[in-house]
Write a protein that binds this ligand. Structure first.
Ligand code: NAP
Length: 233
């Protein structure tokens, strides 16, 4: 049994990941911010944590931590001229500095594990250019850089990897999937002819957190229905 911390486990991919790890028999420490966790997963331990606060105090964690998944993110799509400099700063604070603060706060615990693993989330919109994605692709590009540099700095004790999903059916993507027409159009853009499910992404995250991926570090994995590498039509 391992100890895992899932930041942002009240919704979407983080919730599914917490459920999966719990089901595998691990101890899961899960955090939420706004979303009230009505349907708590039995066995998972929940704590409030807002990563935009200046200092984070994860004193609820055990001494040794085997893995961390950092799930908070945004999809804030706007024409470039409508994006204000402060929007970039707010996005960077959540997606990049939030991860930095969490990793710094739990690093001693990760170092106490025999082999630990950190998973962060990027987006397919870093590798591929999409209209109106300047905000999210800028922050997520930094997340990928952070993951690679920490993978180098922490090897061989702690592995660090990124998952870069395409559109996945979660509350975060609801505005892009809130009609049959939008859902179908998004499905058809992908070689696999559907949008992602929380399970598609959480299964990859659980694998990267586990010892089964023990020789994988510093990587960015597209879990994206083939959209970033295939042209099938
Ligand atoms: N869904 C997609 O289509 C998609 C595509 C590409 C990449 N991604 C990335 O995948 C990751 C997970 O996305 P998701 O779709 O599962 O998102 P989600 O459904 O919005 O869940 C995000 C989680 O992060 C928490 N969170 C947000 N702001 C926070 C803060 N300031 N402090 C602490 N926790 C905070 C949320 O808590 P509360 O709800 O309690 O606020 C929630 O539990 C994100 O990094 C996202 O950018 C998603």
């Amino acid at each position: 049994m391992k100890n895992y911390l899932v930041i942002g486990a009240s919704s979407g991919i983080g919730r599914e990941l917490a459920s999966l790890l719990n089901h595998q028999g691990h101890k899961v420490y899960a955090t939420y911010r706004n979303t009230p966790v009505h349907d708590k997963i039995a066995g998972v331990e929940y704590h409030f944590l807002d990563v935009t606060e200046e200092t984070l105090n994860p004193d609820f964690l055990p001494e040794k931590l085997d893995g961390l998944a950092y799930c908070p993110g945004t999809i804030n799509l706007k024409p470039f001229l409508r994006v204000k400099p402060e929007d970039f700063i707010a996005d960077f604070n959540l997606q990049v500095l939030g991860a930095v603060k969490v990793i710094q706060a739990v690093l001693l615990g990760l170092k106490k594990a025999e082999s630990a693993s950190v998973v962060m989330f990027s987006t397919v919109a870093v590798r591929m250019g999409f209209n109106f994605h300047s905000l999210v692709s800028t922050s997520k590009g930094a997340v990928e850089g952070l993951a690679r540099s920490l993978a180098a700095e922490f090897a061989p004790k702690i592995r660090v990897n990124c998952i870069a999903p395409s559109i996945t059916d979660t509350p975060l993507a609801s505005a892009l999937l809130n009609s049959d027409a939008k859902r179908e159009a998004n499905a058809q853009r992908h070689p696999m002819k559907r949008v992602g499910s929380v399970s598609d992404i959480a299964q990859m995250a659980a694998f990267l957190l586990s010892d089964k991926s023990g020789w994988i570090t510093g990587q960015v994995y597209g879990v994206d229905g083939g959209i970033s590498s295939l042209k099938v039509n």
